[in-house]
Design a protein around this ligand. Structure first.
Ligand SMILES: [Zn+2]
Length: 125
């Protein structure tokens, strides 16, 4: 899917570039769920998006009051459920992230393994 180079958002986003930028600026380019700073790095900027607090699928309006800056991982975790409030949604997303972190930490491949193989590749050159 093509990316808009100015907003780094998907071109087919349901909000216009101008609308999306206004929301990102209002929220200082930080995810309203996890706090990820979209200005901290290019990688962070790539994952920033605008979220419908009440999803469009549930008749959520394209209104600034229903739109927040959001990173794509939080957007995916939040899904299309309906929450009582933004705070309620935030709690759900952060709890899920914490659960996922624990699972990841329990199953992670130690970084040293990757570093060692990367080193082996570079010394072969
Ligand atoms: Zn986030």
């Amino acid at each position: 899917m093509p990316l808009n180079i100015m907003t780094l958002s998907r071109v087919d986003m349901p909000v216009s570039q101008a609308e999306g930028l206004k929301i990102l600026e209002r929220d200082q380019y930080c995810c309203r769920y996890c706090g990820l700073d979209g200005r901290a790095s290019f990688e962070n900027a790539l994952v920033m998006s605008v979220d419908f607090v009440v999803p469009r699928a549930r008749k959520g309006k394209k209104d600034p009051a229903n739109l927040v800056a959001c990173c794509r991982p939080c957007n995916t975790i939040k899904g299309t459920r309906v929450y009582k409030s933004l705070e309620d949604a935030k709690k759900y997303v952060l709890d899920r992230r914490e659960e996922m972190r624990r699972t990841w930490e329990a199953n992670r491949v130690p970084a040293a393994t990757r570093a060692a193989s990367a080193h082996a590749v570079s010394s072969a050159n």
